[in-house]
Design a protein. Structure first.
Length: 114
């Protein structure tokens, strides 16, 4: 008994591509006359990192307070060391605790009190 493997594989390749992440919508192919420069701009969905995903995945230290320059009510900070910089991750305390931003501090710019 022969299996029609090759036609089945070709049929799958010809099918429309699925979205690569939740919430992503596969955009229709541009019209034949369109180039990448005159195709309409489409929003690109972004994934939101939550503290629940960050905490077990990233080696970090908890900060008692965010650095004064970025401190804000309703936020908390975590710090990582990468290369020659400290990276401070800022998370919201609300909801799923989404990442609000990352600030890089080069090690040579950090001073300690005498």
């Amino acid at each position: 008994m022969r299996f029609p493997v090759i036609p089945a594989v070709l049929a799958c390749l010809a099918a429309p591509a699925l979205a690569s992440q939740p919430g992503e919508v596969e955009a229709p192919a541009p019209a034949a006359h369109e180039t990448i420069h005159d195709a309409p701009h489409r929003p690109v969905p972004t994934a939101v990192m939550t503290y629940m995903a960050f905490e077990p995945a990233v080696t970090h230290a908890d900060l008692a307070e965010c650095p004064p320059a970025i401190a804000k009510d309703g936020h908390f900070c975590r710090v990582t060391l990468s290369g020659e910089s400290l990276h401070v991750f800022i998370f919201s305390e609300e909801g799923d605790q989404p990442l609000q931003g990352v600030v890089e501090y080069p090690l040579d710019s950090i001073t300690f009190p005498d």
